[in-house]
Ligand binder design. Sequence first.
Ligand code: COA
Length: 250
Amino acid sequence: MTDDVLIERPDAYPGVEVIRLNRPAKKNAITRAMYAKMAQALNAAASDDAVRATAFLGTEGCFSAGNDMADFMAFAMGGTMGGEVLDFLRALAGAQKPLVSGVDGLAIGVGTTLHLHCDLTIASSRSMFRTPFVDLALVPEAASSLLVPRIAGHQRAFALLAAGEPFTAAQALEAGLIWKIVDAEAIETQALTLAAGLAAKSPEALRIARQLIRGDRADVLARIDEEARHFSAQLKSAEARAAFEAFMRR
Ligand code: COA
């Protein structure tokens, strides 16, 4: 199984499982194998009493550059996208235990939309959130087309998801997409401390509170599937292929 995602259980943070994107040479771009490993970890955590909170982390200066472009290209050229992405998004949206994330630096595509499913996201001030879906002739994913307007209103959702405008950490905070900004060097310890704090609480009370706050997720899961249908069709478009080729050539 790939080491580009590491699953860690740090002794200093009891009850916390870390899902770490660990492909720094490729800016932590996420491949099918990485999605599969993350989905497996989330699904296993659901029935493992030792895991009470999950923390998503990247590497220094980079959370993720989003979906792997070579995988996009392979699909555009007639290959199969595979179910790994959808399996991950469904596991993420359906998670019953608290999710924390820590962002330092780049957060592109799913590197941004993943956090919409997290309960507490912290970011360093040098972080940058960007979803260039339409620039790649693609469409929003991970139910972002439902969740961002809900969280941040139409204008900011359109700026992020359709216009492809980058959001600084301060803009993401103001839009309600993240919880707080912390020093870059404190991202890991603060994210893990937050997760450990949640892990120490009554699991049942926290589960119920989280469920009440988040509400029914049926619409979110349905939107993930609806977006995926459009996304798959657009991936095969001539414009998308040209955008992937331009990235490969640069
Ligand atoms: N998929 C695959 N590889 C990626 C990648 C991605 N999404 N993003 C970056 N990489 C790779 C680059 O190809 C490069 O690999 P190489 O050194 O073997 O050539 C390496 O990561 C470093 O990237 P580079 O572009 O040189 O770094 P940068 O600091 O100049 O720019 C980004 C970083 C993230 C701004 C730029 O790489 C980028 O725009 N990536 C695509 C992001 C994207 O559109 N994702 C899909 C969203 S839906």
